[in-house]
Design a protein around this ligand. Structure first.
Ligand SMILES: [Zn+2]
Length: 230
């Protein structure tokens, strides 16, 4: 990205920081100081503030009154609980979705898997994570379970960050393979198979996470964000 800095928009700053979080360049708990960010990107604090609002809405950062913005730090306990809750809700929901599957929904899900794979091929981890989450949300929509669907949606928003932070290998991103297998079971309206596949997919996701305690040396915010400086 080039051009005068005055033309940088808050959404570009938000995306650049989100990317740095997804790529582990900026680790959980890091303070995102408004002054420092406005210096790094050469923009006003107002622009920085609006980028931070967006990141907060995406649940990537927490804005604390009088303290400022910090990269969200879901605890290990929260990480485990989120996936336990998903394991309770999503397999049964996949079963219901299979029973309501339509050809139109199959085409839609297939296009979705392709977009997810394209993002992975371009190494756009943040986008791939978002898309893989939406795939799960789409399945809950198919199941036509609004209450459970809302729970799943909020669990998935939190999961994306947990996966971004704790993945120990790229397979923590929902694999094309796993989603294709799910889509096939759904298309065959095979509820038992869809339930079983969703269950094992979630087990695979958790096993690709490193949920052990560790301390990592944090580079300065300036060094961490500089390569992304538009
Ligand atoms: Zn998945």
């Amino acid at each position: 990205m080039s051009g005068p800095k005055a033309h940088i928009r808050s959404s570009e700053i938000g995306s650049a920081i989100a990317k740095a979080i997804h790529e582990h360049r900026v680790i959980p708990g890091t303070k995102l100081g408004e002054d420092e960010l406005s210096e790094i990107y050469g923009v006003s604090r107002t622009l920085v503030r609006s980028a931070l609002q967006w990141l907060s809405h995406e649940q990537l950062i927490d804005i604390q009154p009088n303290r400022g913005a910090f990269v969200s730090k879901p605890s290990l306990r929260e990480a485990r609980e989120i996936f336990e809750a998903r394991a309770l809700l999503e397999p049964k929901t996949a079963r219901s979705a299979a029973l309501r599957m339509t050809d139109q929904a199959a085409t839609h899900l297939k296009a979705h898997i392709n977009a997810e794979h394209a993002a992975l091929a371009q190494n756009d981890i943040g986008k791939a994570l978002r898309l893989s989450g939406v795939f799960h949300i789409e399945i809950s929509r198919l199941a036509d379970q609004q209450t459970i669907g809302r729970f799943i949606e909020s669990l998935i928003a939190r999961s994306s960050l947990i996966i971004a932070l704790y993945r120990k290998r790229d397979s923590a991103l929902c694999e094309k393979h796993a989603h294709n297998a799910l889509l096939e079971a759904l298309s065959q309206r095979d509820g038992a198979k869809a339930e079983e596949l969703m269950q094992s997919h979630l087990v695979d996701l958790v096993s690709a996470l490193d949920l052990s305690e560790k301390t990592t040396k944090q580079p300065s915010l300036k060094d961490a964000l500089r390569p992304e400086n538009p």
